[in-house]
Write a protein that binds this ligand. Structure first.
Ligand SMILES: CC(C)(COP(=O)(O)OP(=O)(O)OC[C@H]1O[C@@H](n2cnc3c(N)ncnc32)[C@H](O)[C@@H]1OP(=O)(O)O)[C@@H](O)C(=O)NCCC(=O)NCCS
Length: 149
């Protein structure tokens, strides 16, 4: 059975988290991270991390960065099983609980699966926007969702 958990309270999953996250480094525009630094980061960050796991296998993670105006990132082990949607619902609930007025996410232009995920999860396309990563300008879009009270 799939269970939802607070990743910051489940450090045993950190190696799986690091490996899954690093496998999507290009799509997330993030540098690969190491296990030790991630454990230290999780102990001190204001970011919230919701994970889904089944039989000890990490199935996906959504991250909310309150200090980045409510930016959200999400990734799953397998696609098309509804996990992305489930994670966005869960992280949206966390954001509401924190009293954030909105959440947003940046998606690479060619990442059509993520675009579809955000569009079918209540986000709207706010703007086309480029981001600089490893010296290159990456074209993408900013998705936005207001959170009612
Ligand atoms: C983007 C990502 C999180 C989607 O997760 P997911 O678990 O596949 O998403 P879901 O199963 O909940 O599907 C959500 C929507 O995506 C679409 N989708 C999922 N898999 C798809 C596929 N293989 N091809 C086309 N569309 C797909 C579906 O249309 C679905 O919408 P619908 O069923 O209402 O039509 C996942 O593909 C991923 O981890 N990608 C790499 C990391 C990333 O790009 N993150 C986004 C940047 S923050």
């Amino acid at each position: 059975m799939i269970e939802a958990l607070d990743l910051k309270r489940a450090e045993a999953f950190v190696p799986q988290y690091v490996s899954l996250r690093n496998s999507y480094a290009d799509l997330l525009l993030s540098e690969p991270v190491a296990v030790d630094e991630t454990v230290a980061w999780m102990r001190s960050t204001t970011a919230e991390l919701v994970a889904l796991a089944e039989d000890g296998i990490l199935q996906g993670v959504a991250i909310l960065y309150p200090d980045r105006d409510g930016e959200v990132a999400v990734f799953t082990r397998e696609k098309g099983k509804g996990l992305g949607k489930q994670l966005l619902t869960a992280i949206g609930a966390v954001a509401r609980k924190l009293g954030l007025p909105h959440v947003w996410a940046w998606v690479l232009e060619e990442n059509t699966i993520a675009q579809r995920l955000f569009e079918t999860s209540g986000y709207i396309l706010k703007a086309h926007e480029s981001r600089r990563f490893q010296g290159q300008l990456k074209r993408g879009s900013r998705y936005f969702m207001a959170l009612g009270s």
